[in-house]
Design a protein around this ligand. Structure first.
Ligand code: ATP
Ligand code: MG
Length: 348
């Protein structure tokens, strides 16, 4: 971490449920690793919703986002009941976060999985498709939702997937579509994929129909590398991948826009274990590692990642991944974070 690295300002949302517990652990680890960041806290989530703001985000939080451009977000709770708009959808749309990136790799034998060698990155288009929010009622009994796919949208996400593969030395990009049925919309996505693949001859590319493709992911995930797909398919596939990779408590994700990026754990606010200080901070920590790489602090990111792996390898596990046969110690959130901090500087 050279003295020349410039400090990056980050907007931090501490979230609801286990959010504040895992955010505190994550920030402590980043600080101990010497991350050059300056954080500004912002209010979003449950309290904002309950104060009568149906969007769940305050004006001050919007200002913090536009000042900082990089967001680290803990999970939030959307209150039950009608009228509360999904904050995630609002943020993605308002900030133009066109790519959702979710890496999942098995940590066999330290975290239980049926697929010890799987290592997949799902890159999901985040703005278009059936999520564009174009729904109509035609008659009392007939409703419709419009699937919107644009060439610029396809180009942006497909190019991002190939650039990601190049940057992270990935070997293959697989496109998932259903263009045998949706010839225009999915057909366009597939056409653009084939065009852009030609510009990356060193990366293998192929395409699968989404139904059999998802079945193959579930049966032999080790055959996949980077997957690029449209919004709804990506939503479903990324959950399948996270689930078969181990624990929902482990994976982080990035939402990438042109000049704003948001990093978060894939899991929710886990109200069932909130306040017990037992939550696994790994999902948010992995999101923070992606954030550090994104802002040009790859060395700090690698240091944290290696210390985290060393902690898991030493059998120091939070309750969600604890197994009698291989774990040596069941720890809470804070103790897990301290174990990682003790292992900073470890080489793999
Ligand atoms: P949401 O609706 O908020 O997106 P959800 O209700 O689908 O989320 P989560 O809040 O992600 O689900 O929780 C699902 C289960 O996983 C719960 O039993 C929760 O306790 C557990 N879980 C989630 N995250 C963690 C974590 N970081 N550490 C330990 N357990 C977790
Ligand atoms: Mg929940």
């Amino acid at each position: 971490n050279s003295v020349l690295t410039k400090t990056t300002k980050i907007a931090v949302a501490h979230g609801d449920g286990i959010g504040p517990e895992i955010m505190k652990a994550t920030l402590n680890i980043m600080k101990a690793a010497g991350a050059k960041i300056e954080t500004e806290s912002m209010e979003i989530g449950e309290q904002v919703y309950l104060s009568g703001n149906s969007s769940g985000i305050t004006e001050a939080a919007w200002d913090a986002i536009s000042r900082n451009k990089v967001i680290l977000k803990a999970p939030i709770t959307t209150p039950q009941g009608k009228g509360y708009k999904s904050l995630n959808v609002t943020l993605r749309k308002s900030l133009g976060l066109f790519a959702n990136v979710r890496p999942v790799n098995a940590l066999h034998p330290f975290v239980k999985t049926n697929f010890p060698t799987m290592d997949i990155v799902v890159i999901r288009e985040n703005e278009e498709d059936l999520y564009a929010g174009i729904e109509h009622r035609q008659t009392e009994d007939v409703v419709q939702c419009l699937k919107l796919i644009t060439r610029p949208g396809c180009e942006k996400i497909v190019r991002y997937a190939f650039e990601y593969a190049r940057a992270y030395n990935r070997k293959k990009v697989t496109c998932m579509v259903k263009d045998n049925i949706m010839k225009l919309t999915d057909g366009l996505f597939h056409t653009v994929f084939k065009e852009i693949a030609l510009e990356y001859p060193e990366i293998e590319s192929n395409s699968q129909i989404i139904d059999i493709g998802s079945a193959k992911i579930a049966a032999s995930p080790e055959d996949f590398d980077v997957i690029v797909t449209s919004n709804l398919y990506g939503d479903i596939i990324s959950d399948i991948v996270a689930e078969i990779g181990g624990s929902v408590g482990m994976a982080g994700s990035a939402n990438i826009g042109r000049n704003i990026a948001m990093f978060e754990a894939i899991h929710g606010s886990a109200p069932d274990i909130s306040g017990q200080r037992i939550a696994n901070p790994s999902g948010l920590l992995n999101a923070a590692v992606m954030m550090l790489a994104h802002i040009g602090q790859a060395e700090v990111a690698d240091n944290i990642k290696n210390a985290w792996l060393a902690t898991l390898e030493d059998g120091i596990h939070t309750a969600d991944v604890y197994q009698k046969s291989i774990s040596t110690k069941k720890v809470g959130t804070e103790e897990f974070a301290e174990a990682i901090i003790e292992r900073l500087g470890t080489t793999p």
